[in-house]
Design a protein around this ligand. Structure first.
Ligand SMILES: Cc1cc2nc3c(=O)[nH]c(=O)nc-3n(C[C@H](O)[C@H](O)[C@H](O)COP(=O)(O)O)c2cc1C
Length: 207
């Protein structure tokens, strides 16, 4: 099968593009507006983009259900800090619930049934039930072309200031994925959970 994205001539029932880039990690982003109202939402257009400096990105695309930019992006413009909470299998229903198109004044921590816990370095709270948090300061908001909802897409770049990992996820000095059970997005309504891993040393330069 080959198709051109401009023509969308794949002949399949659903657009397969998101099923072709997999798995996509989920940044479960908590943020806060200037008035101190908190917000929580998952973003699978998310990743770590560099280690030095430690930078993450996520993309709030399309419009909020009430029009205009999504709350996560508006909050970042008002108060340039956010937390990436790890989305885990145990928390999957809460992660999904926090994506509901709710009115602006609704607190998604409450709607998703998770507990806001003060962060160490930034104002937005973290999700207490999540085993791993990246506390971030806004670095840059990059405007991207947008085709949905009459607003541009955006890429938010944040600098990771602090990393908190639950002690039980650290074994022999390493953060172990099988202790975290992170979930990620596949295509359609499918998700993956990271349980099986393998190790492969990097090749060295030929002598
Ligand atoms: C697993 C998952 C991943 C998502 N990824 C994105 C994404 O990368 N970008 C986006 O704009 N919306 C994404 N969404 C939808 C947003 O979470 C949803 O629009 C949310 O209501 C935005 O919240 P906000 O207005 O509070 O920022 C995703 C939803 C789910 C369930």
């Amino acid at each position: 099968m080959f198709y051109e994205t401009e023509r969308n001539d794949h002949g399949l029932t659903y657009n397969p593009l998101k099923a072709c880039v997999l798995p996509r990690p989920i940044g479960w982003i908590s943020s806060m507006d200037a008035a101190g109202r908190v917000n929580l939402a998952p973003f699978s257009f998310f990743n770590l983009v560099s280690e030095r400096p430690p930078l993450v990105m996520f993309c709030p695309n399309g419009a909020h259900v009430e029009g205009g930019e999504k709350d996560s992006l508006r909050n970042l413009r008002e108060r340039g800090e956010f937390v990436v909470n790890l989305a885990t299998y145990e928390l999957r229903h809460a992660v999904n619930a926090s994506a509901a198109p709710l009115p602006r004044q609704v607190d998604e921590f409450e709607a998703a049934g998770v507990t806001p816990e003060p962060s160490m370095l930034v104002a937005p709270p973290r999700v207490k039930e999540s085993p791993l948090h990246l506390e971030c300061r806004l670095e840059q908001i990059i405007e991207l072309p947008g085709e949905v909802g009459g607003v541009p897409n955006h890429m938010v770049l944040g600098r990771v200031l602090g990393v908190q990992v639950r002690d039980s996820a650290i074994v022999d000095g390493m953060v172990r994925p099988e202790r975290l059970k992170a979930i990620s997005r596949l295509g359609y309504m499918d998700y993956a959970v990271t349980e099986e891993t393998f190790t492969m040393p990097r090749p060295t330069a030929a002598a």
